[in-house]
Write a protein that binds this ligand. Sequence first.
Ligand SMILES: *Cc1c(COP(=O)(O)O)cnc(C)c1O
Length: 419
Amino acid sequence: MSKPSLFLKSQNMFFGEHFGGMFVPENLKDALLELAKAYENILPTPQFQNTFKDLCTHFIGRPTPLIFAKNASAILGNEIYLKFEGLANTGAHKINNALGQVLLAKMMGKTKAIAETGAGQHGLATASACAKLGLECHIYMGAKDVRRQRPNVFNMELLGAHVHAVEKGDQGLKDAVDEALRAWSEQVASTHYVLGSAVGPYPYPDLVRDLQSVIGKELKEQIKGYFEGLPDMLVACIGGGSNAMGFFSAFLEDWGCALYGIEGGGRGTNLGEHATRMRPGKKMAIAHGFQSIFIQDDQGNLAKTHSISAGLDYVGIGPQIAHLENIGRLHCLSARDEEALHALQFFAKHEGIIAALESSHALAGVLELSKSVKNKKIIAHVSGRGDKDIFITAKHAHPQRWLEFLEHETLELREKLNS
Ligand SMILES: *Cc1c(COP(=O)(O)O)cnc(C)c1O
């Protein structure tokens, strides 16, 4: 039997027949076509590649380690390894993409970068990349998210970014994207839009995957230090799909290596309680500039989603991820909020690693898979570290002590402000 086509890159902007495309208003088409040209003509040049490689080493801190999880392996009956992007500058894989896009923008002659951000991680990475490479940085963030994620806003401003609180609509990520795109359309000549995941119109899904593929290439070299041949399974969490595509990229053609993507299972299976897009009865839509699977209500409106991790609550899924699942190359599972928290604690206690809540979904996937498979070589992608999640994890694990801490802080600050 012949294997279905993997579409390692999109063809005519699509992965397979269905997924991808460039569905945008006319005023953005020219800017995207200009970016597509830069992706095709500047990205592959030695000038770009060598500069990017140098920044990866001396600014991001690559290579990030591949860690043999010895204690977890003994308990779970599999050989488990962790690729730890949490040690990258700014704490997650997002910097690979942000830095690569800002470098590309600079080589295109742009002087400004615009980005949307939800919880703030992509905004932080973009602000950091702009500070390093000397571009003016504008981050659009829903006003509600600004209030909820104040520490990230402080850090973005520390890095020199202008953070614009978007007061429209629900004041969330969707409104931030709309406003960022509006701002971009008014200044495309000077400005690059730094998209944060392997989603959106062409060329973003290809561009973001290629920039993140540094993870998978490194991994393929690093495993030689541990064993011969290929791992049996790779496991990554899937928000839009950028960490997963980067991690999987070098292994797509190795059909003997099974690929698992773990989605945010949230707190239940009703609409609005989860972000599990790849479920039975899943539906296609065109939104946010591309065609893919999106969670929708009965009328076909994009639905509300929930996940304990802000990075996994996107309503759609990257087109290449959707294609790989569609042809059976990628298996999608989900982990619920509670399962992710449990996995976070398990790997913290046994391996000394505090994973991001997003990455903890991949770790929950490893715990789940280990119930039915034994003696396999499993590599999990720990896409980020968990420092940023203290406001969620502390509230959950130690609500009373966390409250006491906050009350103490508040009291002290109030006294200082009143004196
Ligand atoms: C944003 C984020 C994700 C989810 O985004 P992808 O594009 O699916 O990778 C996963 N892990 C971490 C640590 C993140 O910050």
